[in-house]
Design a protein. Sequence first.
Length: 686
Amino acid sequence: MNTLYLRRRKKVLLPPGTGSQSGTMLAMMQQNLEALGFVMSPTLMERVQTLSDRELAAFYTSLIQDIRQMVGAHRPFAPMYPDFPRQVKETPELLLYLNALVHYLTNKLPVYPKSLRPELTDKTPLRVIDLGHEADFRAIFTQLAGAKTSLSPQDKEDLIWFVKERREQFPALLPQTIASKENLAVLSAAVLKHAPEAVELLAPHFKIVTDVLRLAVALSGGDVSLAASVKFGKFTRAERRLLLSWMERCDNALEDMLRWKGRWIRLGERLHPGEHAEKVPKIFAAFKALRADEKITTFNSRLEAALEKRQVDEVLGMLRSRPGDLARRMDHLLRLAARSESVLSLFQECVRKVSTPVLLQMLSHFQHRDQPLPLRVFFPKGDVGKVFAVSKKMPSLPTGVAAQAATVCECALVERFAMLPPLGRCWVEPGMEKFMVPLAQRSASKALRTLTRGSRLPLADATVLRFFIWWKNGRGRTDIDLSASLFDAEQRYLDVLSYYNLKNFGGCHSGDIVDAPEGAAEFIDVEPARLLAANVRYIVMTLSSYTQQPYCDLPECFAGWMARQAPDSGEVFEARTVVDKLDVAANTRICIPAVFDLVEREVIWADLALTAYPRLPNNVHVNLPPITLMLRSLIYGIKPDLHTLFSLHAKARGSVVAERAGADTIFAQDAGITPYDLDRIRADFL
């Protein structure tokens, strides 16, 4: 329980104890926590003082174990050169090459002494652990279930945990609306498995047969976004009856089933609708029509035919009953229509029925549509974070039309937000526009702190950035390579620090380890000041599976970065200096955790993967074109930002004030509602 609470809220539940603790024990506990970069709040310290020795030992052991895993300190870090970075910098290039060659041939590491290193002298900010309460802990489930956008794999695990471990409590915590159909599928599958007696509570949320298809995919362990096909598992007789009965309630079942025809035919082989033909005659007939390959004119086919003939009035008439489809096709329709007023008029009529995430995306699109950006960037859905970009060559719209469309979206959002509880005087911190709205987290990695791709964080003040990776072999020898690609301000490639280029530009790599039966680590040090002097602006941190195993097949793989003021003090890996750490478990073989903008002194949160099968050999040099494209996509991509979202709420639900002091509601990086409060943002502000 506290593992989940600590990871999501930096809080713990701790009932009053049955004893008392001396200041000495409390000081020792705080000292050990500080070594990991954490500290207890005064409120938590007061509660800890009430614990007996036995209670303190149990709480401390569990807390330290959780924190060590959060920052990566639960694994030993042994670089190829134990006195990294000094030994790499002082060793001649020829000897580094010979050491690597011997390692490749014999799997033996070079023998270098490990010196006694001075204690860490860096002064780093500490993360505060606070005392939580039961209502706040339970709110995690309500916010996850009520999220308006897709959840990450870790979010889904936590949602399932509540159903499994709090099966008597969770029905009372269900939100009134479950907006995300993907999250509905995950939740319903968990309820069917762990609390089937409560499953009918979710029945009203299933509106179309595609909702049931997602549930079947979730029960089979597949991708509920439907971006990838799945092999359906076996369903119990009770599950088959339930799925078929929920489908029978849906309207336009056959037309919706045609969108995923192949998957429905395979699912029908598992559901056996013929056994229940009398109870579900409509669905039995739909499956029969699918198998017979009957030709049916669907809404989408008629719509596409009308669009091809440029029959805009007919298209608008059809889309009047489908506001979501109208919204997604707005730009296309505005380009086709002879009179944009007719399109805007219909959109204004239907806009109240368009979801908040879609309106935010439209607002951002039309606000920036006429900007001279070189790329259009897309993040396709799926269980792996990918991005692709095309040259921005969109036909122009008549003057003022994009601004009019943006105004319709903004007014609709303000009107919608005004129906929510008031916020009073609101202060929105300047700079929040650098944090993106969490519209889709389905492929986000588990991390020490999780953000939305494309968000920009302030770069910690440091003389050295130290990147790290730790991994363990999968079914065979596994070689994961850590690289740092260097680019100038125009995104032109300059050089790379990697296994085949251990040092340059004042930076260095700790050495290439190609086998990790008990785990292995690699590091890269870079000095921002020296790189800036050499016209380097961007550093792209890259992980490459040289032996071609996807990360999801490894027992463990994680990466991150430290900010070091005195890199030769303390150990090579110092948990206290870890700024961010994320688990790498996607079904891919090359990924980019982050990009570092040295001019703006910002970290661009990436958490992106390249294609599943990169070019061979799998390294930066061979895969430079897609890596460069990813860098440019992160720089030029346009997405809805939190400053816009929070300002709209402030305008609709209160008043905007210029000073932080005296504000009733604060939207900031370090207080009030922060960019890291993803649970609350997705549930209460979208």
